[in-house]
Design a protein around this ligand. Structure first.
Ligand code: SAM
Length: 247
């Protein structure tokens, strides 16, 4: 049995383990992924923002604090949303991002942090995001790096003799992957980097930024366990823009 992302975070055993990881400030998210997402974000003053898979809402609230006029923060998990602190300019909504319907040209920025590798139909979602954006609007998102999601099952670091390697296999074979991550049978979706970028271009968006962030020397000094992320890219962050001058 495998568990899709939309149900995963309401599994009690998974959720307890996930919270332990996120409460560790040395985690990948705080040290590597979030700084890269922030580097690619546009100014948000007065913006209407949508956060797809907001989790406990930290990014949504940060964008509201940075001046966004309204942030719609969407997540499928009751447990995650229950931990989300209220903010006067953040509206939380429990929904599946694959079924979310929003008016065309209704937002200036769509963000998504480490969620789209759970989405089965990437090109359909990107097509909808492109329509939700106003001309000049931005889409910034991170996913687990395709190098990490390629092998099936996603075995993670694997011992070979006296060292470990991260196996990259079946890279060109896109589709669902199974991983033991806190619990057995976590289902993610592997896509090539070219597919992730090509989906943006096919939806009529312009690629404006790309990052494969790794921890800096200070982060590795303070938290030596982060050094493994220097050996293979943990996340891919992409930024795109809807054409500013449309008819
Ligand atoms: C790795 S967590 C990231 C949470 C948040 N973006 C962050 O960076 O802290 C993935 C989140 O995606 C949500 N999620 C996964 N699939 C989803 C779906 N189909 N619709 C809505 N939320 C989904 C999960 O409930 C979870 O909160």
């Amino acid at each position: 049995m495998t568990t899709a992302g939309r149900d995963l975070y309401d599994d009690a055993r998974f959720f307890a383990g996930y919270r332990r990881i996120r409460d560790d400030s040395a985690g990948l998210n705080d040290a590597v992924e979030i700084p890269a997402v922030r580097r690619l974000l546009p100014p948000v003053t007065g913006a209407a923002v949508v956060d797809l898979g907001c989790g406990t809402g930290a990014l949504a609230r940060r964008l509201a604090d940075a001046g966004a006029a309204d942030v719609l923060a969407v997540d499928s998990s009751r447990r995650m949303l229950a931990l989300a602190a209220a903010h006067p300019r953040v509206r939380y909504r429990r929904a599946d991002v694959e079924a979310l319907a929003l008016p065309d040209r209704s937002c200036d920025l769509v963000v998504s942090s480490l969620v789209l590798h759970y989405v089965a139909d990437y090109s359909r979602l990107v097509g909808r995001v492109a329509r939700w954006l106003r001309p000049g609007g931005r889409f910034v998102f991170s996913v687990e790096h395709p190098v990490c999601t390629a092998a099936d099952p996603m075995t993670g670091w694997t011992a070979t003799g006296d060292r470990t390697v991260w196996p990259v296999d079946d890279y060109a074979s896109e589709g669902p992957r199974t991983q033991h991550w806190i619990i057995d049978g976590v289902r993610k979706h592997h896509r090539r980097t070219a597919t992730l970028i090509g989906g943006l271009l096919a939806a009529g968006l312009q690629l404006t930024g790309i990052e494969e962030p790794v921890p800096g020397p200070a982060a590795v000094r303070n938290h030596p366990e982060l050094a493994e992320h220097l050996r293979r890219p943990p996340v891919l962050v992409l930024a795109a823009r809807r054409e500013p001058r449309e008819g």
